[in-house]
Design a protein around this ligand. Structure first.
Ligand SMILES: [Fe+2]
Length: 391
């Protein structure tokens, strides 16, 4: 959470009587993380958020995973997925472990139910499309290249106004801005690649004053549930605090460039337990007269590296296209494919956009994604290269 935000109507102090125009009390809700110890917000509802009519098990389709065994570098052409639906029910898991699940989704219709991930924070990246993320905190308009960070247990609906392609990261913990970008007061430091002004909080509309029967699907690994609640979840008149959904657009990221190649941590965006996130955006290349613009060969001995290719010319990669996902497995060297180094010499800039997540535990392969895989990828560093699926 970048900073303190307040919205709507609030009482002068927390935890005191706060009355509706009809004389009744608003229902205060403390929305807190790590027990009572970390970031939190206070929300004021027209009616109690606790009024529950029914609880049942959510029979969510189980994503089955298998080990990347023997470990090898992999590539999925995710544009070949034909799954379409809303932003939750059409998710196609690609990779996952105990700490994170990475999916793609083509959301073409609004959600006609509410959704809450009670297992951890979600980080959505908007490849393309536009619409509104509706939540109890208000309405957050989104557009291409937005990251949408949704705190654990936020009740939300994603309502596309144009077909929306998302990369979804479901963490089992909290996703935060890296500590190295913050000063001792929590403010984003002068050397950070973004500033508080770059982050967008939801705008709080008038509360939905309605009672009825509202379905809330609650994701929590092994404990998925459907709650039917009596009061509309978006009946909030005011809230304040540090815990709320927010947007950051990758086009606003100010990348660090250098005399020599800058490694991925220079392009960090977020971090989570067992995962680090980066973004690669259009930038100038290194300015040493003998600089090699594309990355060197790399053995990542401690983590699996996942790249999602958004747009531009992916100079160091052969066979990838927009929407491709590559996995470079811990211990399996990767780097520019034959000819890429020579082709890059003398280039001064790149227009590529890609997002990355590194995980420190091995990623498993989701079964639904196996049909999207280019099985020849791990041999794409050979010269002459074998034919690559889709090319
Ligand atoms: Fe790497």
């Amino acid at each position: 959470m970048p900073s303190y935000v307040r919205a709507g109507t609030l009482p002068p102090k927390r935890h005191i009587q706060f009355r509706r125009p009809d004389g009744g009390l608003y229902a205060e809700e403390l929305f807190s993380t790590k027990g009572f110890e970390s970031a939190y917000s206070l929300l004021y509802h027209l009616r109690p958020p606790t009024a529950t009519l029914e609880v049942r098990t959510w029979q969510r389709p189980d994503a089955r995973f298998e080990a990347n065994q023997p470990p090898r570098n992999r590539h999925w052409l995710t544009r070949r997925s034909e799954a379409r639906g809303d932003a939750v029910d059409a998710r196609v898991p690609i990779l996952g472990n105990e700490e994170i699940t990475i999916s793609i989704v083509d959301a073409v219709r609004p959600m006609d139910y509410f959704y809450r991930n009670a297992g951890g924070d979600e980080l959505l990246f908007v490849h393309e499309g536009s619409g509104v993320l509706e939540s109890a905190f208000g309405e957050l308009s989104y557009r291409a290249h937005d990251y949408l960070l949704i705190p654990c247990a936020t009740t939300y609906r994603l309502q596309p106004s144009a077909p929306t392609r998302l990369v979804v990261h479901e963490s089992r913990g909290h996703i935060t801005l890296p500590k190295k970008f913050r000063n001792e007061f929590g403010q984003l430091a002068e050397h950070a690649p973004y500033y508080e002004r770059d982050f967008r909080a939801p705008a709080l509309p008038a509360p939905v004053d309605a009672r009825g029967s509202y379905e809330v699907r609650i994701a929590n690994p092994g404990r998925d549930a459907v709650y039917t609640v009596e009061n509309h979840p978006f009946d909030v008149v005011g809230w304040d605090g540090y815990c709320y959904p927010y947007a950051f657009n990758a086009d606003d990221y100010a990348p660090v460039t250098g005399k020599l190649h800058q490694p991925p941590p220079s392009h960090a965006t977020f971090e989570a337990p067992g995962a680090a996130f980066c973004v690669f955006v259009p930038r100038l290349f290194d300015y040493h007269p003998l600089a090699v613009p594309v990355p060197y060969n790399h053995s990542s001995v401690d983590c699996d590296e996942v790249l999602y290719y958004v747009s531009g010319n992916f100079m160091s990669r052969r066979g990838v296209e927009e929407g491709s996902i590559t996995l470079h497995a811990a211990g399996a060297p990767h780097g520019p494919q034959p000819g890429a180094v020579e082709a890059s010499l003398g280039k001064t800039s790149t227009d590529e956009i890609a997002i990355m997540v590194d995980t420190f535990r091995p990623l498993m392969l989701a079964e639904p994604a196996l049909a999207l895989e280019d099985p020849a990828y791990f041999r794409s560093w050979l010269e002459p290269a074998p034919s690559v699926a889709g090319r």
